[in-house]
Design a protein around this ligand. Structure first.
Ligand code: EPZ
Length: 430
């Protein structure tokens, strides 16, 4: 099993190029099969989740041509099957986007119930409610969600919770429904806007993405396009916190600073300097970190996908901090692992109370999910001694070349495959 071996203590210094947004890419890939014409997608992250999505699309007859590592040409013209039930698709949560995309285009879809990171209950009732409002019959049978409609008709849909997944999924189906759909209490995340822009570039008529109310005038056909995916807000934020925790000086490049505002604001609050330019953000951690409070919220609030990373930083910050997780109820599972590294954190319900310690110490730990896994790597980079992170397959779901990028900033981190390789790493770093 692959692990990361990390020798902590080096401040991260330098520049790092951020890739395309995984969570935008997943929806955009699904949306790209809604036309029979050719779609060219650039800045596609080469991570496990996007590769699983591409595999799923190929499994139903979608044409996928890899131009280079980050560019893919796709077409939905040869799709022959509207059933996606292979086991591998269960691995990704975003399989639900295929439901919205196929339902929109073919008025029928059957997709295995989604899996994804185990971060709490992840219902899909709002997706189902939205599809039903558009006139689809939706049922769950034998582990599959089956959605079909003779015709999809636009409707007024109020989301009971702010959900990225359901907002995008309903937007996909409504793009090809008859008449106007209005989604109220819509999610405003940058990737919701990116998917809307992508669909509009294919001829959809979507207005208001990025606000609470999205208005969609259905069209009967979508056409080919060329599109570049936005930079990954969470990958960027992860490197920004890596700089803070290792007392480093890192510039994240190829980013949209506006998307990083809530992250930058918290870094400044805890004592970092943050400099923004057009498409880069520099984080300098020259002073000791201090405590703060943070609550995860839908965009433009502080993202739940950055909660483990800020907790790792606050674990090393002077004073007592409080982190409240308001999106997913089970997202503090990594705290046990962090405690093994010396953190002093008490979790009560959806709140973590953190007493900052002077240092972490290296330990053998496991990544419980994608973002928590990345956060534990950051903790290892700051820790005294060697940390071994298990289950890095979770991290590889959403971070491309994580170890390589960290090494380019001066981190001592290597992917190891066996006890022997781990010993070699230990000998090398002394
Ligand atoms: C997306 O998940 C992301 N995943 C998650 O990223 C991210 O944490 C999350 O949005 C929040 O930003 C993908 O884009 C593939 P939601 P999603 O629907 O769509 C409740 C990562 O690390 N809800 O916005 O599943 C839900 O329980 C991953 O990259 C319902 O009640 O999240 C949660 O409390 C992990 N009913 C809240 O809404 C529904 O039908 C927000 O969920 C749908 C959601």
């Amino acid at each position: 099993m692959e692990q990361y071996a990390i020798k902590g203590g080096n401040p991260l210094v330098g520049e790092v190029e951020i890739g395309g947004a995984k969570n935008a890419a997943l929806a955009i890939l699904a949306a790209s099969i809604m036309t029979d014409e050719t779609v060219l997608i650039e800045n596609m992250p080469d991570v496990r989740d996007t590769n699983v999505m591409l595999q799923a699309i190929e499994s139903i007859g979608g044409i996928v041509e890899r131009i280079d590592r980050h560019t893919v040409r796709m077409s939905g013209r040869a799709i022959k099957d509207l059933v996606i039930e292979d086991d591998f698709i269960k691995k990704i949560r975003a399989s639900y986007y295929l439901l919205g995309a196929l339902l929109g285009k073919y008025k029928k879809a059957q997709v295995t119930l989604p899996g994804g990171c185990n971060i709490g209950l992840r219902p899909i009732d709002q997706h189902i409610k939205g599809f039903r409002a558009l006139g689809a019959d939706v049922r769950i049978e034998h582990g599959l969600i089956i959605a079909e409609a003779e015709k999809l008709r636009g409707n007024h849909i109020y989301m009971d919770v702010v959900t990225v997944g359901a907002t995008i999924d309903v937007m996909l189906a409504a793009a090809m429904a008859e008449g106007q759909t209005i989604i109220e209490n819509a999610a405003k995340e940058p990737h919701v806007v990116d998917v809307a822009n992508f669909l509009n570039s294919m001829g959809a008529m979507i207005k208001g993405a990025g606000t609470d109310v999205i208005r969609i005038k259905g069209v009967s056909k979508l056409h080919g396009t060329e599109y570049t995916i936005i930079p990954d807000q969470i990958e960027a934020g992860t490197f920004m916190f890596a700089a803070a925790v290792t007392k480093g000086d890192v510039t994240v490049k190829n980013v949209i600073p506006k998307h990083l505002e809530s992250i930058s604001a918290k870094l400044m609050e805890i004592g970092c300097e943050v400099e923004e330019s057009d498409d880069a953000v520099r984080v300098v951690a020259a002073k000791p970190l201090t405590h703060t409070h943070v609550k995860t919220l839908p965009y433009p609030g502080f993202p739940t996908d950055m909660q483990p990373q800020i907790t790792v930083a606050l674990g090393l910050s002077k004073g007592t901090s409080i982190v409240t997780e308001s999106i997913f109820e089970n997202r503090f599972k990594y705290v046990d692992e962090l405690t093994r590294m010396g953190a002093s954190i008490k979790v009560e319900g959806n709140t973590a109370i953190i007493d900052g310690v002077n240092k972490y110490t290296g330990a053998s730990i496991s990544a419980p999910d994608l973002r928590a896994g990345a956060a534990l790597v950051i903790a290892g980079l700051a820790a005294e001694g060697t940390t071994v992170v298990d289950d890095i397959k979770f991290i590889e779901r959403g971070y491309e070349d994580f170890d390589l990028k960290l090494r380019s900033l001066g981190a001592q981190i290597e992917k190891v495959n066996s006890e022997r390789e781990l010993q070699k790493f230990r000998l090398k770093i002394g």
